[in-house]
Design a protein around this ligand. Structure first.
Ligand SMILES: Cc1cc2nc3c(=O)[nH]c(=O)nc-3n(C[C@H](O)[C@H](O)[C@H](O)COP(=O)(O)OP(=O)(O)OC[C@H]3O[C@@H](n4cnc5c(N)ncnc54)[C@H](O)[C@@H]3O)c2cc1C
Length: 308
């Protein structure tokens, strides 16, 4: 991307290796990384940016495989200036760069139950975009509204209806950057909420490779699968189980591995490339299809270009 970019008060870095910014520690360079100082800075930058330049908003990279050739785009990463957390009655307003865990803790201290966010390692922007959730609660259940900056630089307010939440998905127009979200949670005793979060952390550490470099669940659980084929069949088939049945728990490709601890976690066991990780994931999908006839769907987003 050989042209000039609009001025901004924040930082603009060319050729920024995204491996430094993703949980899996892989990914080639972004043409340009932009870290705006505040909402107005972001809005002015996007308004002045040539409309044909692709924009990719990035959170903390906990749900991404960025391919080894990197991203031909302006990557927007929010930092200081976007991480405030304000609690008013049962409403919690957080900047998009605030970490889910911090928001959950601040809310709990004020007696507001957003505990499900405690163990999700992303940022609020990523949580809204992905309709993040666990233990039966999702962003969709608690979101009041979100503020965002459009690709053209307009500041807009979105409701849950506008976002049209679905499983790990929402509707955001191309290049739109979420800058803030307001949630409303039920009131509860802060001590009970803190205890619940401790319990959730313990459960995670017990069952998932939380200390490894991963991007969370690799594939969706194959919902809709029925062992009898009847429409009313109650099914609870887990991705980890079909991966294990296909003999792929612990499978390796280069530095990539399907975790021994949780078969649906793809980890960078050391020196993996994005091609190793994606290649292993594809090998798992193929093997699972051969052994059980189930087509696993990726939950981790894969973006950018392969290395040429
Ligand atoms: C160990 C581990 C456990 C996990 N457990 C869970 C879980 O229980 N439940 C769950 O839902 N997820 C889980 N995840 C996945 C991940 O944490 C979530 O998807 C999270 O919401 C992603 O947030 P992020 O900030 O890292 O976004 P990124 O991974 O950086 O980006 C994900 C998507 O969000 C978009 N995005 C990010 N910020 C913005 C913004 N400001 N404006 C517009 N779009 C934006 C990106 O463009 C991209 O499309 C887990 C991940 C790990 C590593």
């Amino acid at each position: 991307m050989e042209h000039d970019f609009p001025q901004l008060r924040g930082r603009l870095t060319r050729n920024k290796p995204l491996s430094e910014l993703t949980w899996l520690r892989v990914g080639g360079p972004a043409d340009v990384l932009v870290q705006p100082a505040d909402i107005e800075d972001l809005a002015a930058f996007l308004a002045a940016l040539r409309p044909d330049v692709p924009v990719f908003p990035m959170g903390v990279g906990s749900n991404l495989i960025v391919r080894d050739g990197g991203l031909r785009a302006v990557v927007i990463r929010l930092g200081r200036g976007f991480n405030g957390i304000v609690v008013e009655d049962n409403r919690v307003t957080a900047g998009a760069a605030a970490l889910d865990a911090h928001v959950a803790k601040r809310a709990a201290q004020a007696g507001v139950d957003l505990t499900f966010l405690r163990t999700i390692p992303g940022s609020i922007g990523g949580a809204v975009r992905m309709n993040a959730g666990c233990y039966g609660s999702y962003v969709a259940d608690v979101l009041v509204s979100a503020r965002a900056v459009t690709r053209r630089g307009e500041i807009v307010t979105l409701t849950a209806r506008d976002l049209n939440f679905r499983y790990r998905q929402s509707d955001l127009s191309e290049g739109m950057v979420i800058v803030e979200a307001t949630f409303e949670g039920p009131s509860a005793d802060p001590r009970a909420l803190l205890a619940r979060m401790d319990e959730q952390l313990r459960r995670r550490d017990e069952s998932q490779p939380t200390k490894e470099r991963s991007a969370g669940s690799t594939f969706r659980n194959p919902a809709g699968f029925s062992s009898t084929g009847r429409a009313d069949d109650v099914h609870d088939l887990k991705a980890w189980k079909v991966i294990e049945d296909a003999g792929m728990r612990g499978a390796r490709l280069g530095g990539a591995q399907m975790s021994e601890k949780h078969a649906n976690f793809l980890i960078n066991a050391g020196g993996a490339s994005a091609a190793d990780l994606e290649g292993l994931g594809e090998a798992v999908r193929k093997k699972v299809y051969q052994t059980s006839g189930i087509t696993l769907e990726w939950e981790i987003m894969r973006i950018g270009e392969a290395e040429s």
